[in-house]
Structures are given as C-alpha cells and as structure tokens.
Design a protein around this ligand. Sequence first.
Ligand SMILES: [Zn+2]
Length: 234
Amino acid sequence: MQAEIETLLIVQDRDQKISGCSKQLAHIPDDEADAKRRLQGDEKALVECKAEIQANEIEMKNLELDIDTRKESVARLKVQQFETKKNEEFRAMGVEIERYGDEVAALEDRELEFMEIGEQLKKKLAGATAALAATQVLVDEELADLESRTENLNKELADLEKERSEIATGLDEDIVEVFDRLMKNKNGVAVVALKEGQCSGCHVRVISATVVEAKAEKGLTHCENCGRIVYFAN
Ligand SMILES: [Zn+2]
C-alpha cells in the first residue's frame, strides 16, 4: 500500500474518533437536563404536600376561631342568664347556650378530623421528602458521571487532535485539502478500499481504468462515482 494512503487511513481513523468524541460531548448538556428533569416530579409532589398541610392548618385555625367565638357567646349568655330576672329570657338564653354548645361539639368533632388529616399529611411529607432526597442522590451521581465523562472526552479529544495534526504534517498540503473536503462531504469517509472492482464507499463498480490506476499506486485514485480516494485491496 502507498505510504500516503496508509497515512491518510490513520488520519481518517483519528478524524472519525474526533467526530465520535465531539458528538458525545455535544449530547452531554441534554443528558444533564434529562437528569435534572427527573427531580421535578418529586419537587412538585413535595410542594403540593406542603400546600395541603398549610390548607389543613388554615382550616383548623378557622375552626378554633369559630369554637372560641361560640364559647365566648356561651360565657356571655351565662352571665346574662345569671343577671336576668325574667323567666322567659332565662329560658331563651338557655336554648341559645345549648345551641352554641351543640355547635361547639360538632366543630370539635370536625377539628379532630382535620387533626387526623394533619397526621396523615405529616407522614406524606416525610415520604415526599425522602423520595426527593433519594432521587437527588441518583441525579447527583449521574451529574458527577457526566462531568467526569466530559473531562475524559475532552482529554481524549485533545490527544486525538494533537496526534492527528502530527500525522497529517507528513502529507502534502494538496492531499490534505482534498482529503478534508471529502471527509466533510462524504459523511466522514474519504479513503476506501477498492475490492473486486467495487468502491467500498458507494458500492458502485468502477471502470477498469480506475482499477488499473489504483493498482499502479501512483498518485491518488478517485472513485469516478462518489469521488472518494480508493486504494487497491484485491
Ligand atoms: Zn465510490
């Protein structure tokens, strides 16, 4: 095989690896965003749970105020009842006191229900907090992995680029120019084998003159169909 072809094949290999590293690096921000998105569900559940607890506390507070108001009314009525000398008024106040008493009992029953809900919500909050913490651990691990992957890929990329440029300095500028153009336009494959008269790049059978030219190994031979550099393999 021609020395130039051998060198070009190595450059092509490094270029393909450089392209692979670059693609992986380009994908990392998406992977990071995906990882962070995984926290959103747990964060939302926690926020919702806290809102439920707050709403429940407000309900309880309102109930307590209602209970206090009625208790004050009962106390006031009891004083008035004690002071009155009219039997009818005394009885009417007695009815009122009883009514308020019943209301207070009903409100206290409801308060107990809300307290029970409060207990359940406390457990729910603990669960949601633990779930978020567990997800956070996983996400942190994933982000750390992505960070070290970025570091490794950047290092690999720098090594490959250095190596590539060192190897390419041994080539003619014109050849490098043709090769670079082909790499860009031919999907990252510029140099291919010519096997049994067929170009391995486009899989088209080349004319016999091309086979003869490649076999002679004088200068670069191109596939007349796809334009890639071909070398005689068998
Ligand atoms: Zn071809």
